[in-house]
Ligand binder design. Structure first.
Ligand code: GAR
Length: 197
């Protein structure tokens, strides 16, 4: 059984997709052993609690400095003894120690077709605002392993999504989530749990 820790910062719709994927048998041989959020008020925490998944909040504001915050983050992850860490809208740059200790065991969902619209500053709605400003006709999402760079790790899965006339960043974000993120993230976890990656 693959033990998964999901790290979130906000709504947690991708966390929900994983919960549903396990409930509906899309993901087998895996369980979510914990959810870590850097925001106390992240709606994703409510989703986790509804499903009786242990949650932990590690918020930068509760620590005197970045080093102490990072230490607490690493301790929180270690406490769950995960086989896989899933960054599902976790908008904190990970401590280097965590990346080293859990090399090839951390994956991230990014709301674009990497290498487009990724790297520093490209997260959440900003990605879709930039894509529309550039006038791209195809958007999408990527699941990739996390290394020391920002969105630079090996790609596991990608899925393209059509940009439609009149799209706003919000409407495009919603379509990319529905058609790509919530599909490829559970699929990538299933593949990892089955030893196919
Ligand atoms: C998702 O669109 C995810 O791809 C993005 O944040 C959103 C979180 O939504 N992540 C990034 O931009 C990471 N660079 P959610 O909390 O509803 O899953």
């Amino acid at each position: 059984m693959l033990k998964i820790v999901v790290m979130i910062s906000g709504g947690g719709s991708n966390l929900q997709a994983i919960i549903d994927g396990i409930a509906h048998g899309v993901i087998t041989d895996a369980e979510i052993v914990g959810v870590i959020s850097n925001h106390k008020k992240a709606y994703g925490l409510e989703r986790a609690m509804e499903h009786h998944i242990p949650c932990q909040v590690v918020s930068r504001g509760d620590f005197a400095n970045q080093a102490e915050f990072y230490q607490a983050l690493l301790a929180a992850v270690d406490g769950f003894m995960p086989d896989l860490i899933v960054l599902a809208g976790f908008l904190v740059v990970l401590p280097k120690d965590l990346i080293v200790v859990y090399r090839n065991k951390i994956i991230n969902i990014h709301p674009s077709l990497i290498p487009a619209f990724c790297g520093t500053g490209y997260y959440g709605l900003h990605v879709h605002t930039a894509a529309l400003a550039r006038g791209v006709k195809i958007a999408g999402a990527t699941v990739h392993f996390v290394d020391e760079g920002t969105d630079t790790g090996p790609i596991i899965l990608q899925k393209a999504v059509e940009v439609k006339a009149g799209d706003t960043p919000e409407s495009l974000q919603r379509r990319v989530m529905e058609e790509a993120e919530w599909v490829i993230l559970p699929k990538a976890i299933r593949m990892i749990a089955k030893g196919e990656v």
